[in-house]
Design a protein around this ligand. Structure first.
Ligand SMILES: [Zn+2]
Ligand SMILES: [Zn+2]
Length: 338
């Protein structure tokens, strides 16, 4: 089969690789749509501590089951999407309701969907493989992973109704925050970013937009009557932006560190803000199977305007132009149709 393989930082090629075979409890899916994601772009740019090369890229997908391994409770031809990692269901984190933090989940992951076929591990078939309603297009169903991640993030910050939210970053994840914050009744959503085209997509969803960078602190204060934002969502993954985010929060506010930072990174924040101003710093990582089902439900009911998120389509062999367009911010996400 054909697959987009990354041989090392900066080296992506389309080539023939062996078609996967389903083991016991596994299925193999014929991929119909698979999306670009910041994680793949980062991997192509600078590698990843948990991924060795060569590797087939991609993890956000929707497709039809092509082959079913022994004991898997699915049938060939069913259209499915899935969570990306398989929690064990038995460890302390899983038992206490944090399967997103299960330490072995990433050993059982869906990886390599920028290809004609992908194998789904048994743990995911058992708990995280979801049938897609016929009304939902494959390129929309493939948004399960980012939508679920954002639902997880919002579960960490409490009720947003009536509050002023500041989203740092203007990419697809930031846009999902804008969309869900607006639908959950946030009083105002302000988005700080650099790319005018991306900021326009946020404005179309009802956000106010400001230029990121030097002087953002003053711009946010002047927009919020000097108070700062009740909720600050860090979605850039930039260390300096993350360090500056507590300064943008109002007294009693919350900062959500949504984007990950490099392993070993430390943040220097003003202790004053945490103690005297009761600014809470929260994190969120990945999502639970329940949040994944909630994400598919929102997508199925048409509550996520997917046309603003998946802004292009391409066959696999158009990958060079696709990677350039998403890196430049000309597209939010592109769906490969293998
Ligand atoms: Zn992703
Ligand atoms: Zn576990």
């Amino acid at each position: 089969m054909r697959a987009l393989v990354c041989d090392g930082p900066g080296h992506v090629v389309l080539r023939e690789v062996p078609e996967p075979e389903p083991g016991p409890g596994e299925v193999v899916v014929r991929v119909e749509a698979t999306l670009t994601c910041g994680t793949d772009l980062k991997l192509v740019r600078r590698g990843h501590p948990k991924v060795s090369f060569p590797t087939v890229l991609g993890h956000e997908f929707c497709g039809r089951i092509a082959r079913v391994g022994e004991g898997a409770a699915f049938a060939a031809g069913e259209r499915v999407t899935s969570v990306v990692t398989g929690a064990c269901g038995e460890c302390r984190d899983c038992r206490e309701g944090r399967p997103n933090l299960c330490s072995t989940a990433f050993d059982h992951r869906v990886w390599g969907t920028w290809a004609e076929y992908v194998r789904i591990p048994a743990r995911i078939v058992a708990r995280g493989l979801l049938r897609v309603p016929s009304s939902l297009p494959s390129s929309s169903a493939a948004l399960l992973d980012p939508v679920a991640s954002v639902l997880r993030g919002l579960s960490r910050v409490g009720d947003v109704a009536g509050r002023t939210a500041l989203v740092l970053g203007a990419g697809p994840i930031a846009l999902l925050f804008t969309i869900l914050l607006t639908r959950r009744g946030a009083g105002r959503v302000v988005v700080a970013g650099r790319n005018a085209r991306r900021l326009a997509a946020h404005a179309a969803e009802g956000a106010e937009t400001v230029a990121a960078g030097e002087g953002l602190d003053e711009r946010v204060r002047s927009l919020t009557g000097g108070h700062g934002a009740d909720l600050v969502i860090e979605a850039t993954g930039d260390q300096a932006v993350a360090e500056g985010s507590p300064a943008l929060a109002a007294r009693g506010g919350t900062v959500l560190l949504f984007a990950g930072l490099a392993h070993g990174a430390r943040l220097a924040v003003l202790a004053h803000r945490v103690h005297y101003d009761e600014v809470t710093i929260a994190g969120s990582f990945h999502y639970t199977p329940a949040e994944a089902r909630q994400a598919l439900d929102l997508l199925s009911r048409g509550e996520i305007p997917t046309e603003h998120l998946v802004t292009g389509e391409s066959p696999l062999d158009g990958y060079a132009a696709v990677l350039e367009r998403v890196a430049a911010g000309d597209d939010m996400k592109v769906a490969f149709l293998p």
